[in-house]
Design a protein. Structure first.
Length: 317
């Protein structure tokens, strides 16, 4: 399906060096902010307190959030789970030192219910108060890194088997470029890095590699159909022919993600934000990072089109 068809190939590879320099500069900046500023980890990674409350009617999350902010908590995490009457509140370990919230590093349930939870509505009941220690957060971080490495390894094996090692290396570099850029944004702006953001990064990896596979497939088809084009011309034609498909796919996905970003509230805000950054840079990396890298690695028609072996004819005596 195509909304439009571009008749003349766009010379992307003519400016490949410029695009690679831009990508390298963005990558270095992202790494710099990660090293200098670091990530602002959420309660799941740093430890803290989880408070589960239940109301007799739908809870007013914004009132609860404002009440927490008045006590001195800068970025309280308040969200529904299950139903509109059930509320989950996450408090970082540092917030427990607030005398309006806790005593001697522990949550004062009576004061908390009186000053904060009743702002969400009458007849509130504290169902659960659970402390998440730093050890649990460390295990979550380690499991997240392991999941990321498994996804990367799986992508490399898949691309190496489906195409050729040059495509696998190019796609992995492009995908890592996307991941580091997302992390760089979160480090620079000190946005909260939670498990939902980690899930968004894993989703972006799969989303980005899908775009790379589409371009790589078209490169292989063009090599088979057209013999007279040079490698840069083959890549330019392949990218140009997939532009309409890219706009349809990414545009429809971004509409959904934008709706989460605008209407999803604080719970989905950073998740949708990570997806938005990943989608934008996923398009860029698949077209202007992975494809030039394939060219620099010396891909040729022989890498994708295996010559047909002619059967030797033996004369019968």
């Amino acid at each position: 399906m195509e909304f439009f068809k571009i008749k003349k190939d766009i010379p992307f590879m003519r400016h490949a060096k410029v695009f690679n320099l831009i990508s390298f500069a963005a990558f270095v900046l992202a790494v710099f902010f990660l090293v200098v500023r670091g990530l602002n980890f959420s309660v799941e990674f740093t430890g803290g307190v989880l408070v589960e409350a239940r109301y007799s009617q739908a809870a007013n999350l914004e009132n609860i959030r404002q009440g927490l902010e008045k006590t001195g908590i800068s970025e309280p995490q308040v969200q529904n789970f299950g139903t509109a009457r059930d509320v989950l509140i996450r408090l970082a370990a540092k917030d427990m030192a607030n005398p309006q919230i806790g005593k001697e590093g522990k949550l004062d349930s009576a004061a908390f219910t009186e000053q904060v939870l009743k702002l969400g509505g009458p007849d509130v009941q504290v169902m659960r108060v659970e402390f998440v220690g730093p050890q649990v957060g460390q295990e979550l971080a380690e499991n997240g890194v392991i999941a990321l490495l498994i996804v990367i390894a799986g992508i490399m094996i898949y691309l190496a088997l489906r195409f050729e090692w040059k495509f696998a290396v190019s796609a992995i570099i492009a995908n890592l470029h996307d991941v580091v850029i997302i992390l760089g944004f979160f480090a620079f702006f000190q946005w909260e890095f939670s498990l939902s953001v980690l899930a968004a990064i894993l989703a972006v990896l799969g989303y980005s590699v899908n775009e790379s596979v589409v371009v790589f497939d078209r490169i292989r088809e063009t090599f088979i159909k057209v013999r007279k084009l040079t490698v840069p011309e083959v890549i330019d034609r392949s990218i140009t022919s997939t532009i309409s498909r890219t706009m349809i796919t990414h545009g429809s996905t971004q509409i959904m993600v934008t709706s989460m970003l605008i209407f999803g509230g604080p719970t989905l805000h950073y998740f949708a934000l990570a997806l938005t950054i990943g989608i934008c840079f996923g398009i860029y990396s698949s077209v202007l990072v992975a494809s030039p890298l394939v060219m620099w690695l010396g891909v040729s028609r022989e890498d994708l089109v295996k010559p047909v072996k002619k059967e030797q004819e033996f004369e019968t005596p």
